[in-house]
Design a binder for this molecule. Structure first.
Ligand SMILES: NC(=O)c1ccc[n+]([C@@H]2O[C@H](COP(=O)([O-])OP(=O)(O)OC[C@H]3O[C@@H](n4cnc5c(N)ncnc54)[C@H](OP(=O)(O)O)[C@@H]3O)[C@@H](O)[C@H]2O)c1
Length: 401
């Protein structure tokens, strides 16, 4: 099988026996691992040619050896040097670092498909570069769209260039395939997290250990805490608004997370997408679309039952983070960027036991109310607003200690 061909001509020709050349940014994380597991089981179709992470040189070195990826990138020069020391044959690898390293990687003509599965805002410019270079993109990273949606979305060429990897947005993307009209309303489902039926009084005693035990999904720490407060669902609503250009976006509780998203059309019809709550499913759909291949040979078949198809409404009284994020979605301007910066710090301080679980929405809301300026007019300004949100929220948390 021919595995190497340079330039655009080789992209999307996997049915001709040419492998799709894939880069995974955030390769050492939870989503990155799901994506790489799909690549591992489809080596005849996918070739992993680049891997990037933050600081975990050891894990990136191991992945680079396993997949034979020739291009690697870490957050800093120090981490990149440490990675080079760990590689069996460093002279055969190109080791990049920092945001500029990610940008170089994103424009490489020998890469067809780039998965953005890193946390935080570090890869926004690289995402823009990949879209401008005409790459096929799978996007898990929510922060890029919530903070930079205004500047990222106009770069997208057609519905299939930017493929949402988050299970809920992937569901909406799949439901919209073949549709000409904009949907009337979008619903994203939430499992409800580990504290779905808890009272506010009980929520005050939640510890990081309790919040890190998600009933359905196994994910990175930040998103697991966000799922427990329902801030994650709020962030996803804002992301959906940018991704699909629809302002009517709502959350529904579906405890088994078997249904991921629903789309209501003008004629009153509703389409929904369901499947096992396993990130390898949306990953495979992004990597192979429009083909449908199981993530791996023995992937479990779906089970339909009354339990898996039950829906309820989230309790915004006990989970004010969702209400706050909905207000942010309505107000737009600097607020999405502020929300991302403030929530990042609030979750970190909760994990360090410096603020209680119920203070997370409180300190985020205080940060939003305190912002003195207007909307950002560029991505750079939006990133400055994120930083302002981080700093202001940190000072509020400091006073609570
Ligand atoms: N987990 C899920 O199921 C899920 C589902 C949908 C969407 N998402 C979204 O996907 C993103 C990742 O979530 P996660 O749960 O996979 O997080 P995670 O497990 O914490 O992994 C984060 C990944 O990002 C890497 N990273 C951090 N800083 C980086 C930088 N400056 N440059 C390049 N890579 C960097 C980390 O590398 P190190 O290991 O070196 O720190 C790690 O590989 C988040 O935006 C999240 O909201 C996650």
């Amino acid at each position: 099988m021919n595995t190497r061909k340079s330039g655009k001509q080789s992209a999307h020709k996997e049915t001709d026996g040419v492998k799709k050349r894939v880069a995974v940014i955030g390769a050492t994380g939870s989503v990155g691992s799901s994506v790489l597991d799909v690549c591992r089981h489809h080596r005849d179709r996918l070739e992993v040619v680049a891997l990037a992470a933050g600081r975990n040189a050891e894990k990136l070195a191991a992945l680079s050896e396993e997949f034979g990826a020739p291009q690697l990138c870490l957050e800093s020069k120090e981490a990149a040097d440490s990675l080079s020391e760990k590689l069996a044959s460093p002279q055969q690898k190109k080791v990049l670092f920092g945001a500029s390293g990610l940008e170089i990687l994103s424009q490489d003509p020998d890469i067809d498909h780039i998965v953005f599965a890193s946390s935080g805002t570090a890869a926004i410019e690289a995402l823009q570069a990949a879209l401008i270079a005409g790459k096929e993109v799978s996007l898990a990273n929510k922060e890029s769209i919530v903070v930079g949606g205004m500047w990222v979305m106009p770069l997208v060429r057609g519905r299939d260039q930017l493929r949402p990897l988050d299970s809920e947005h992937n569901a909406i993307w799949q439901c919209l395939q073949g549709e000409k009209e904009k949907p009337r309303k979008i619903y994203l489902t939430a499992s409800g997290g580990p504290f779905r039926d808890w009272s506010w009084e009980n929520l005050k005693n939640v510890t990081p250990e309790m919040a890190l035990k998600h009933p359905v999904w196994s994910m990175g720490a930040k998103i697991t805490i966000d799922s427990a407060t329902l801030m994650n669902k709020g962030i996803e609503l804002i992301e959906a608004m940018f991704l699909f250009g629809v302002r009517q976006v709502e959350a529904l509780v579906s405890p088994g997370s078997f249904v991921h998203g629903l789309v209501e059309f003008e004629d009153g019809c509703v389409k929904m997408l369901a499947g096992e709550p396993d990130m390898r499913l949306p990953a495979a759909s992004c990597l192979f679309w429009p083909e449908r291949l199981p993530p791996k040979a023995d992937f479990p078949r779906p089970e339909l039952s009354a339990r898996t198809l039950f829906f309820g409404l989230p309790d915004e009284g006990c989970f004010p983070a969702l209400k706050i994020a909905k207000e942010v979605m309505k107000r737009g301007g600097p607020y999405p960027a502020l929300l991302i910066g403030a929530d990042e710090v609030a979750v970190d301080r909760f994990m360090k036991r410096e603020i209680p679980f119920t203070a997370i929405p409180e300190v985020v809301e205080k940060t939003l109310s305190a912002y003195p300026a207007g909307p950002p007019v560029s991505l750079d300004e939006a990133l400055t607003v994120v930083e302002w949100g981080r700093r202001h929220c940190a000072s509020i948390c400091d006073k609570m200690r």
